[in-house]
Every structure is written in structure tokens, then in C-alpha cells.
Design a protein around this ligand. Structure first.
Ligand code: TYM
Length: 333
């Protein structure tokens, strides 16, 4: 068995992209591997500056994992903040990480590009050190638990490569005393491995184009209806693959249903409105049954707090063991 680890930022209710890219594969891996899944609350501090919201979002992400089927006996579910060794390891890792590597990180570069496009002369304006250091903290999350495999969406590939680079740099210096396992990413297969949002770009909270997993039924229906489509009349043939509702349907409906809809769109006679009804039913049938469990779990006083506390205790046990080896290796013991 291998050790699998993944994290989700606590910045709002998880969406269909998070489910497809991380939650579903991670839960499948949990059947036969050693698994640790955590809530990246300190990562989200870079973007979430309202304490009440941060608290709520931690519950929301934890409840999502559990409602989707995570078994807390089998998988260690914990908050990043419950394992302070992460921050100690991040400091150690920073000392073996080239600044140039961080300069090239996608998220950091994208923030600078936005400043440039806005005509700002200070390209780092509004960029905090938390964003700059983000890949190092993420490497610490992964290496601290000696993870072998990290199930994530394609958008995280650079972060996983950086983690492997940082692990190698550490191992190169201290490998006689201690080496981190060099982790690899496990990504959803196939062309459309990044799930699109309602506007066709990557589904992301920061683009505000996401479909939350447990949205109330009536709001979900409205959101699906608002997905933009072209103006091909109902009777005419349509290209399924260039339409966002069809792409989303293909992720969540079974092959037979997807095929049936494809044929009807291509033949003409099926309108976008009907396609959207199919999409709504598909999402609602799939996630509706979990919604109730989700609602119970997010409510104050649910078993969620105890689960997270027990998970943090288990995670800290592993963290302490790794840090003891790391400290000895670097000469701080
Ligand atoms: P986050 O919180 O942005 O997203 C959580 C997971 O969902 C995946 N994902 C997607 N997959 C497919 N299509 C999409 N449109 C889509 N949007 C998001 C992400 O790839 C991710 O797997 N940096 C991480 C959190 C993190 C982490 C870690 C992950 C912190 N430490 C250690 C793994 C290991 C992030 O921001 O994910």
C-alpha cells in the first residue's frame, strides 16, 4: 500500500471541479491505501480575511468529504492548522528552495501579469508573501506525511513537481541521514481533465463560475439554466462538444445517457433547454442524496468537530515522527 494525501482550501463550499479532480479519486484510493486528506485552512488565509467565513468554510469542506463518503476510521481527516509541525517543516524546506523556482510559480506569475495588464508599475503590488511561499507550504503538507501519491486536478501539477524538486534538494543535502519519499501526482485521465465552469474557463471559485456541490435544488436549477449556449434553434443539429452543459453532463452522467444525448443533439430536435434539464437532473440525482447528510454535518454540534480532532491527533503522530528524523538530519535536535 501507498500513502495518499491531498488537501482542499477552505474557501467556500467545494464545487464539481473539486469533486471530479480530487474528492472522487481520493475516495476511490482510500479503499486500498493509507490515506490522509486535509483542510488547507492556512492556505486559504491568503484569500479569506473574514474569520467567521473561514470558520464556516472549514466545516463546509470537512462536511463535504464526509457526505461524499469519507470513512474517518479509514482515512485520517484533519485540518492543516491542527498539525503545527507543517509550519516548522515549511521553514526547513524554504532553506533548500531556490527563490527563482518560486518566481516561476504559475499563481505568482499570474498575479504579476494581472498587475502588468492593469498598467501598474509595481508588479508585486497587492501580492502577499503567503501567495509567494504557497508552494513551499504545500510541499511541507505533502512531505511531512511522507506521501507517495497526491491525487489532485491538473491545475496543481506544477505544485506537485515543485514538491518533488524540493524533496530532491533536501535529499541531496541530507540523504545520508534521512530522505523524503519523492511524491508523484495522480491526475484524472483524459483530455478534459480540468472541469470547465459555467463560462467555459476552468471551474474555479476565483472565476466565480463554479457549481457548488450541495447547492439548494432551486438555486442549482437556476444556475444551470443560466449557462450560456449559442442560439442554434431547437430543430437544428448541434455540436455537443463545444457546449458547456454537454461537457459537464459527460463528466457526471453514465456513458449510455451521455451517448443518447450526444446523438439527439447531433441529429437536431433537442434544444439547449432540454439539455440543461438533463444536466440538472444528473447533478441533482448524483449529489442530492448526499446533500441531506451534508446539512446535518455542517450544523453546529455535529460529530464533525470530534472527527477533526481525532484526525489531527493521528496526523500529529505521523508529523512528530517525520520531524524527529528531519531535525536529526539537519542538526537541530
Ligand atoms: P483547491 O482547493 O483549489 O482545489 C482542490 C482540488 O480540486 C482540484 N480542482 C479541479 N480539478 C479539476 N477541474 C477543476 N476545474 C478543478 N478545480 C479544482 C484541484 O486540482 C485540487 O486537487 N493547492 C491546493 C490545496 C493544497 C493541497 C496541498 C493539495 C494545499 N496543500 C497538498 C494537495 C496536497 C489547492 O489550492 O486546491
Amino acid at each position: 500500500t501507498k500513502t495518499y494525501l491531498t488537501g482542499i482550501q477552505t474557501s467556500g463550499m467545494p464545487h464539481l471541479g473539486n469533486y471530479y479532480g480530487a474528492i472522487q479519486p481520493a475516495l476511490a484510493a482510500a479503499e486500498s491505501n493509507d490515506t490522509l486528506y486535509f483542510l488547507a485552512d492556512y492556505h486559504s488565509l491568503n484569500s479569506v480575511k473574514e474569520p467567521a467565513r473561514l470558520r464556516e468554510d472549514v466545516r463546509s469542506v470537512a462536511a463535504t468529504w464526509l457526505a461524499c463518503g469519507l470513512d474517518p476510521e479509514r482515512t485520517v481527516l484533519y485540518r492543516q492548522s491542527g498539525v503545527p509541525e507543517v509550519f516548522e517543516l515549511a521553514t526547513v524546506l524554504a532553506s533548500v528552495t531556490a527563490k527563482g523556482l518560486m518566481n516561476r510559480a504559475h499563481a505568482y506569475k499570474a498575479a504579476r501579469d494581472r498587475n502588468e495588464a492593469a498598467g501598474s508599475t509595481e508588479l508585486d503590488a497587492g501580492i502577499n508573501m503567503g501567495l509567494f511561499n504557497y508552494p513551499i507550504l504545500m510541499a511541507a503538507d505533502i512531505l511531512l506525511m511522507e506521501a507517495d501519491v497526491v491525487p489532485v486536478g491538473r491545475d496543481q501539477a506544477q505544485h506537485i513537481e515543485y514538491t518533488a524538486d524540493i524533496a530532491r534538494a533536501f535529499n541531496h543535502l541530507y540523504g545520508d541521514a534521512y530522505s523524503f519519499p519523492v511524491p508523484e501526482g495522480a491526475y484524472p485521465q483524459g483530455e478534459g481533465s480540468v472541469l470547465p465552469g459555467v463560462d467555459g474557463r476552468k471551474m474555479s471559485k476565483s472565476y466565480d463560475n463554479h457549481i457548488p456541490l450541495f447547492m439548494a435544488e432551486n438555486r442549482l436549477k437556476k444556475l444551470v439554466r443560466r449557462i450560456p449556449t449559442d442560439s442554434t434553434p431547437v430543430a437544428e443539429p448541434k455540436d455537443p462538444d463545444s457546449s458547456v452543459p454537454f461537457q459537464l453532463l459527460a463528466y457526471f452522467a453514465d456513458a449510455e445517457r451521455t451517448d443518447g444525448v450526444r446523438k439527439r443533439l447531433e441529429a437536431g430536435g433537442m434544444g439547449w433547454g432540454e439539455l440543461k434539464n438533463e444536466l440538472f437532473d444528473t447533478i441533482n440525482d448524483r449529489f442530492g442524496p448526499m446533500r441531506e447528510r451534508y446539512e446535518q454535518l455542517v450544523a453546529p454540534g455535529s460529530e464533525l468537530d470530534d472527527i477533526l480532532e481525532a484526525g489531527a491527533a493521528r496526523a500529529r503522530g505521523r508529523a512528530a515522527a517525520t520531524m524527529a528524523k528531519v531535525r536529526r538530519a539537519i542538526g537541530i535536535d
